[in-house]
Ligand binder design. Structure first.
Ligand SMILES: Cc1cc2nc3c(=O)[nH]c(=O)nc-3n(C[C@H](O)[C@H](O)[C@H](O)COP(=O)(O)OP(=O)(O)OC[C@H]3O[C@@H](n4cnc5c(N)ncnc54)[C@H](O)[C@@H]3O)c2cc1C
Length: 465
């Protein structure tokens, strides 16, 4: 009897699963890779929808320039990358949109004069923020909440009004429950090494300037949208991709892992779970109770994306910039991107295209409203802020239930414990572990693919007489 080839089964065809599959296959074509995806399409949260004949990103729409992993993978796959045509972010205030100071690192200005005169905060709020320069460092070493760190150093007003809206968006909001170590370790390092966040920002801005190479743009994306990355990866996975394959149980069977799917069992030597934390917990409960308990400590939050296409001629009136962010609960949206200004495309014509994010921690009930009500709330608010009509010509609301894992206090230790206690041959990958964004997922999946391949190699050698 001929032995079955070594196999890695990947559960989930989002960017994490597809990257892991691509990396395993590339490194060792003798390994059979199977990707099991519950839905009928690849990409997970990376998805394009059609609004008034324009293909628009419904999930991620760009990758952070300072994290190279997704951008490098796109280049490796031959995708053409573009930079935004307009940059600059505004802060929503009761007096209208106020631009963030020009030179900031993580929203913290390096120029004291600019901070002193910045209209985004009251005089009192600015004076309190400047006390960061003299306040003593925290003595304790352990993790603290991002809100705790920002409030301690810069005060409540700067935290709530200026920094939380900018920093917590991708993490589902609420800085007061997020882990500083797991979200912005740089800020913790600045306090340790510079004794101040403002001095840390100054040093970071100086380094970026003095580095010789041009500063990386804040955001980058493939020419036809972020979902081109997963489309390309899915194209390369071809025959190994099995859609409609919801995995509902995993068990040890005959020295391999058996994955139960509606279309029958799949056997594999190694399994990469690249799905949401709740599904991972359910699948691992029978084989790894400790891991499941830790997984239960990674809650998730729901968000929504509202895509708006306005009438022809509306784009020219828009100011030039990437978009604005909103302090918690002050407007129907938590952020708004001026897509037609930042990422212009011939398909837009002269139509303004905007993208609002709604929901998030403490505001998930917004997503229970009808699409029309959500759209109306956004467009009315936008008409009062920007030179736009009260109604968009076409709109789409895309809900992402439970799509954002919360990096709560102690998150890094939790993830380390999860990985340490996984049964041999089981690996976890995805935005719950290695980074909330696409770049973090790509980096994490690359590491996991190498570990899964090593595991299969060792198992193969042990089996060889
Ligand atoms: C609205 C929104 C906007 C965002 N914007 C950005 C951005 O601009 N830039 C950025 O870098 N990041 C952004 N992110 C984060 C980014 O989308 C994620 O980090 C990334 O897409 C997560 O990919 P993943 O593969 O880990 O998970 P997912 O994309 O969730 O993929 C998981 C896959 O597993 C499948 N699955 C689930 N259960 C099973 C099962 N039992 N069996 C088989 N298959 C299963 C699902 O169908 C899905 O396809 C955004 C996220 C959201 C929600």
């Amino acid at each position: 009897m001929v032995d079955a080839p070594a196999r890695v089964a990947v559960v989930g065809a989002g960017v994490s699963g597809l990257t892991a599959a691509y990396r395993v296959r590339l490194a060792d074509p003798s390994i059979d890779v199977v990707v099991l995806e519950a839905s009928q399409r690849p990409g997970g949260t990376l998805r394009t929808v059609d609004v008034a004949g324009i293909p628009l990103d419904a999930g991620p729409d760009s990758f952070l320039g300072r994290k190279p992993w997704a951008i490098e993978l796109c280049r490796e796959l031959g995708l053409e990358m573009t930079r935004p045509a307009a940059t600059g972010t505004w802060l929503w205030t009761t007096g209208g949109l106020v631009p963030y100071p020009a030179g900031t690192a993580f929203g913290i200005p390096g120029d004291l004069g600019e901070l002193f005169h910045w209209k985004g905060l009251s005089g009192r709020g600015r004076r309190r923020a400047l006390r960061d320069l003299v306040i003593r460092k925290r003595r304790e070493d352990g993790d603290e909440t991002l809100g705790g760190l920002l409030r301690r150093r810069l005060g409540d007003e700067a935290t709530d009004r200026a920094l939380a809206p900018l920093l917590s968006g991708l993490f589902g909001g609420d800085v007061d429950t997020l882990s500083a170590d797991a979200t912005f370790p740089e800020l913790r390092r600045w306090e340790r090494t510079q004794g101040s966040l403002i001095r840390g920002a100054q040093a970071a801005l100086r380094d970026a300037k003095g580095g010789g190479s041009p500063r990386a743009p804040m955001f980058v994306r493939p020419r036809d949208g972020a979902a081109r990355l997963t489309d390309e990866l899915a194209g390369r996975a071809r025959d190994s991709l099995r859609f409609g394959s919801h995995v509902d149980a995993i068990a040890r069977e005959g020295g391999r892992w058996a994955l139960r799917t509606a279309s029958g069992p799949v056997h594999a030597d190694a399994v990469v779970l690249a799905v949401d934390p709740a599904t991972t917990r359910r699948l691992l409960e029978p084989a790894a109770r400790d891991v499941a308990a830790d997984m239960a400590q990674i809650p998730v939050v729901s968000v929504g994306v509202v895509l708006l296409v306005y009438a022809e001629g509306s784009a020219e009136a828009l100011p030039s910039g990437a978009g604005f962010v909103v302090p918690r609960g002050e407007a129907p949206m938590s952020s708004c991107g001026l897509v037609s200004a930042a990422w212009p495309a011939p398909a837009f014509g002269s139509r303004a295209v905007l993208r609002c994010t709604v929901g998030g921690t403490g505001q998930e009930d917004v997503l229970d409203a009808d699409d029309e009500d959500i759209v109306r709330a956004c467009t009315r608010h936008l008409a009062a802020l920007l030179p736009l009509p009260e109604e968009a010509e076409a709109a789409a609301v895309i809900r992402w239930p439970g799509a954002v894992p919360r990096y709560q206090l102690g998150h890094l230790e939790r993830v380390a414990r999860i990985r340490e206690h996984l049964p041999p041959g089981i690996f976890v990958s995805g935005q719950a572990y290695d980074g909330i964004d696409v770049a973090g997922c790509v980096r994490g999946a690359t590491d996991v693919a190498a570990a899964a391949r090593d595991f299969v190699d060792t198992t193969r050698k042990e089996r060889t007489p």
